[in-house]
Design a protein around this ligand. Structure first.
Ligand code: SF4
Ligand code: SF4
Ligand code: SF4
Length: 501
């Protein structure tokens, strides 16, 4: 009984007048969609395997291909969508949890798109970033409440070393294992060239990348994969991952099929073993426990590295951040509910957490109200899509942002959201050697550098337009923001006025 037949979501449309039967599409599709029929000297395809990654479309030499959404539909129903019905069929068949990857694609409000920036007119003249100095440098870490001098008048500086960035953007945590060697190399090289940082994620650090240590943040997650003294000392900062925006409250799982070769060596676990990060750190059940880990890591690295604590944006994020700011951490990273992932249960990804804009505004306000805002820097991520999002995040109170998905798109990701299959046709979220080599790190790192340089220029233009000449002066400057189409409560939480006020 074909109860479970699910019509393909996408259709591969081939223009046979243009197709020269070169079979490029067949070679390029790791999902085995395209097939050559020798008897007919013609191509055919199995649409049901297509994930809409656009690899074949981009490489077809005659532009003979396009992927379209299927118009096959169940009877119209505003409550029971095609997607919901198909998901129930799948679960009724498998009895399993639905898996997804990348960020939450559902239609929740995007607050960044409902916030507009100010610009100078007549008074408070704007600044031309091409002709006048403009400071985009950012320092991350605890700031002194007051300047202290010793008896001889010299500055007393006993703070943990800061991270210095050329612009308020870093590459967020993506583990070696969830993404490929070539993707990691692209990120590391770009971070070095740009004077910013990339993050190892929870998979350890491949020995080839120790040379990028000055631009590396090393992560310690609940699974402690690949964590050893040399690893902790190799980066410029250590990030404790307590949570992730795409899957707050649950752990991680990299299937054993991906734990091969260097990945198994880097993670320090046997080949073929599933890498399961537990939901909690089994030694952390309170802020006091967190404080112990923060200071253990500082002790292990001679108090030379700032410690970041990363959490997912959840309902009581402001209270949690307040505790973290008192735990000895130097930086708090908050990951919004649209943050990306290599794999997460679909229901968690799409229904848990809160938007980063609201989380950021409420954390910044709480820390200011409690007089501890300078104890920590705030880094936010979870769908920062453009330089405008960066500027709005800084004006809402962030010191800096993390980007993940945008960086992967720069590397060629087409957001097909099938990273969990391990068959990324663009060589990013895969460990299959023939696919990995499709991403040339030489090209990849240049594309990341281009993207960041373009954003930096746009950030300077927006700041100049507001008459602001440094990121520090923009930070938390909510007067530069106005809301459109937001209700009183939303405006109150964001701490901004409505447009026209
Ligand atoms: S890549 Fe384009 S031209 Fe070549 S076989 Fe496929 S559809 Fe035809
Ligand atoms: S999965 Fe990607 S490469 Fe394969 S047919 Fe679909 S769009 Fe083309
Ligand atoms: S990284 Fe690859 S598999 Fe993942 S969404 Fe992007 S293109 Fe698809």
């Amino acid at each position: 009984m074909a109860v479970n037949y699910i019509y393909p979501e996408y259709e591969v449309v081939r223009n046979y007048d243009r197709c020269i039967v070169c079979r490029v599409c067949e070679r390029q599709c790791a999902n085995g969609v395209h097939e050559y029929l020798p008897d007919l000297n013609k191509m055919t395809c199995d649409d049901s395997k297509c994930v809409n990654c656009h690899r074949c479309v981009a490489l077809c030499p005659t532009r003979a291909l396009k992927i379209v959404k299927s118009d096959n539909t169940y009877k119209e129903n505003a409550n029971w969508s095609n997607k919901t019905i198909n998901e129930i069929y799948r679960q009724a068949e498998s009895g399993g949890v639905l898996l997804s990857s990348m960020g939450n694609p559902e239609n929740y409000p995007i607050y960044f798109d409902k916030i507009l920036l100010n610009a100078s007119q007549v008074t408070n003249p704007s600044i031309d970033p091409l002709r006048e100095p403009m400071e985009t440098k950012v320092f991350l870490g605890a700031k002194p409440k007051a300047i202290k001098r010793d008896a001889e008048g010299k500055l007393v500086d006993n703070l943990t070393p800061h991270l210095t960035l050329s612009m308020p953007v870093m590459f967020s945590a993506m583990s070696y294992g969830s993404i490929s060697y070539n993707a990691h190399e692209s990120l590391a090289r770009a971070a070095k060239e740009l004077g910013i940082f990339y993050n190892t994620g929870e998979g350890g650090l491949h020995e080839d990348f120790y040379k990028y240590g000055d631009h590396t943040i090393v992560q310690v997650a609940s699974g402690r994969f690949g964590v050893h003294p040399d690893y902790l000392s190799s980066g410029v900062a250590i990030e404790i991952k307590m949570g992730q925006g795409a899957k707050p409250g649950i752990g991680g799982h990299l299937p054993g099929t991906k734990i091969v070769g260097d990945i198994s060596k880097t993670r320090m676990i046997p080949e073929g073993t599933d890498a399961i990060s537990p939901a909690p750190h089994h030694d952390i059940y309170s802020i006091e426990d967190l404080r112990q880990l923060v200071y253990s890591l500082k002790e292990a690295t001679d108090y030379k590295k700032p410690v970041i604590v990363k959490i997912a944006a959840v309902h009581n994020v402001a209270a949690i951040a307040s505790g973290i700011a008192r735990s000895g951490a130097d930086i708090i990273a908050i990951d919004g509910f649209r943050g990306g992932t290599g794999a997460a249960p679909t229901r968690i990804r799409d229904n848990v957490g809160i938007p980063i804009e609201l989380a950021l505004a409420s954390v910044d306000k709480r820390l200011r109200d409690e007089g501890i805002r300078d104890n920590v820097s705030l880094v936010v991520g979870g769908s920062i899509r453009s330089s405008a999002d960066v500027v709005k995040a800084v004006a809402l109170g962030a010191d800096c942002v993390y980007i993940g998905t945008a960086a992967l798109i720069a590397l060629g990701c087409h957001l097909c959201r099938s990273c969990h299959s391990g068959k990324c046709n663009w060589g990013i979220a895969t460990q299959v050697p023939s696919l990995v080599k499709r991403l040339n790190p030489e090209i990849g790192y240049k594309r990341l550098v281009n993207l960041m340089n373009a954003w930096k220029h746009e950030i300077m233009e927006m700041m100049g337009g507001m008459g602001i000449n440094s990121i520090e002066a923009l930070k938390g400057n909510r007067l530069m923001l106005r809301g459109v189409g937001l209700n009183e409560k939303e405006l109150e939480i964001l701490g901004i006025k409505h447009a026209g006020e």
